[in-house]
Design a protein around this ligand. Sequence first.
Ligand code: CP
Length: 316
Amino acid sequence: MRHFTSVHDVQDLNQLLKEAFELKKDPFKYEHLGKHKTICLLFFNSSLRTRLSSQKAAKNLGMEPIVFNINDEGWKIETEFGVVMDGDKTEHIKEAAGVIGRYADIIGVRAFPGLKDRTYDYSEPIIKQFIQYSGAPVVSLESATRHPLQSFADVITIEEFKKKERPKVVLSWAPHPKALPQSVPNSFAEWVIAAGYEVVITHPKGYELDPSFTKGATIEYDQNKAFEGADFIYGKNWSSYADYGKILNTDRSWTISAEKMKLTNDAKFMHCLPVRRNMIVTDEVIDSPNSIVLDEAENRTYSAQTVFKKILENLK
Ligand code: CP
């Protein structure tokens, strides 16, 4: 593996899962691999889990992590080409990426979408420019359209908790006061479809995701019907893809409640976190024994560690 930006960078998902479970059992088995190697973790946006789990994963492999909140602590970055840089942006991404590539053996990048221009966001300018200009392997720490380390951790967690070979996994939209990206649901859909689960996505009309991420999933507009017989409920808000970046619905009847969970096959509740309680999910559900949100967060270390290990093994 050279770069990691989506499930399409994974040659064999079953093998990757096997390696994740091996690392979870014995996290320091490969601590020699990262000796004298540096990973630079760049955050254009806030983070708790990604920031901490990536550092822990790097350290478990013997790597030295450098964390840089590039927007708050660095020069303001210009990402457009051919512009006269006479505004507030001091450094061009071409030089910034090139320089960081001289310091780091691996670069992790978190860069959220602006949610204003769909074509621009979905072209993934920041991750792609780091791949093009840094000369180093690049790992997505959540891009404009995907959050692959989260989705890999989600699949690890489903594998740990599933009681049948092919569980029914339901991705449910839920209300939120702010417009959020589609990156987590896009990515989750791609990974759980690739894992071969029965996948149902439920949301109000107008919240259809880009169909290129959901091919193979059933779309069900009736949330109660979608929940019937589910083994896993994955709650998440996202803004509209069609009416790009807009909040079209704030209907609190979509909040995941104990009553709705009763429709399921004693389903586990999942969410990537951070979560707004009593908007996305009620206290009763997230505090119940069926909530596995902390297990998912724990597995972020092993999804990152597995990916970093694959990249380190491939370094010349
Ligand atoms: N789930 C997740 O990526 O959390 P953070 O935004 O806190 O990193």
